[in-house]
Design a protein around this ligand. Sequence first.
Ligand code: ADP
Ligand code: MG
Ligand code: ZN
Length: 458
Amino acid sequence: MKWETVIGLETHVELATQNKLFCTCSAAFGAAPNQNCCALCLGVPGVRPVLNEKAVELAVRGALALGCRVETVSAFDRKHYSSPDLPRGYQITQFYRPLARDGTVRFAPEDGRECVVRIAQLHLEDDAGRQFHDRESGCTRIDFNRSGVPLIEIVTQPDFSTGDEVVAYLEQLKSILTYLGVSDCKLQEGSLRCDVNLSVRPVGSTQLGTRTEMKNLGSFRAIRKAVAFERGRQIRLLESGAQVVQETRRWDEDAEQSLPMRTKEDARDYRYCPEPDLPELVLDEAWVERLRREQPELAAQKQVRYAAQMGLSPYEAETLTQTRELAEYFEQTVACGAPPKQAAAWIMGQVLRQLSQRGLTAGQITLPPVGLARIIAMVEQGRVNRNTAVEVFDAVFEGGDPEQYVADHALEQVSDADAVCAAVEQVLQQHPQAVRELREGKEKAFGFLMGQAMRALG
Ligand code: ADP
Ligand code: MG
Ligand code: ZN
């Protein structure tokens, strides 16, 4: 039998707020364990949550960019489960009335197809603490810094059929949310986490099979492997006459297999109930409209514009829009007068080379766009040749004025035909032997004469 894979994603994204969702503790990543906690973060009874407006704003910006309908009235609910990293005993989420519904995301997997997936809903919730095993003491420890960090959960319809599609969607989601400043979406720091719901069914069937949910997918590579593994496991089960058990499975990165973690809870098991400590979340429609108008140009729109208005290739447009910071650097360089094609070539070649050598990101470029534009202009005007321009670029990349550098190091090219002719005449007269050899066809003599002429001209 031929099988097809059906995948739906639940993606958790940490919002880039300074504070947590319901208290004023810092939401920053990387602090020493348990430094950013208060009584609310620790679940002390009697402490009440107060909603962070900035988190709502970022969630709404994200929802709008994903084409969702933003609900004017939504509400918070308690989702109960027992875990040492959740001392309150419940997570505050939006279950009955989520913030937004019915979006779409367009993306292109590597094979170049255009894909669309439907977003079922997007809602706000708070994160739990983080447990980790301390090898030294043999204990499991808990860091509550993450407890209460704002998240949005983005749930898709079961619209994916391959690991490549899943990864391409996540890359698109990451691009959109980082352009908006909604999240930094770092898989390795856990600010983007994705649960993969997967089932298989005979090709042609319209009924969904029984699915499993996989967690702990820490990289795009792991996601691809996990999809392939789980698809194979389910097909083998079904072909041997067994059933797929609906359960939550954990991806084991080292063993490259998924292992059962717990049987899947029903909504019933979570004992959802409205959160009595928070009022309904009522949004001002004019405010939502303002956020809609303020939406920045996203990578996909920039790519179209770069191709149409500036004549860039799809590859150039895609590379330059990798991050919003790089795209802005490119646009500012062009605004300073650099021809787009030249600016693109310099940024994709020299700027990215410098960044990767120094381990920097595009947001950390110190050479101002006007500096790069000046270097490009010098080459265009024939004042320096390309090699010299790269030398100047490297010298001023961390700071300095390209014009000044060229002046200080006397790098400017002299384009004076009379001076060059006079020097060449002199060299030819001084080296009759080499001239004779050149006339006899000895190419090596040419290099020698060239060297003499260059030395004479300094
Ligand atoms: P829950 O919240 O209990 O995990 P949902 O119905 O909200 O369940 O679905 C969660 C995710 O699982 C969604 O992304 C959905 O598209 C996906 N999904 C649901 N049923 C299937 C299935 N049979 N096969 C693959 N994915 C599924
Ligand atoms: Mg789920
Ligand atoms: Zn707190």
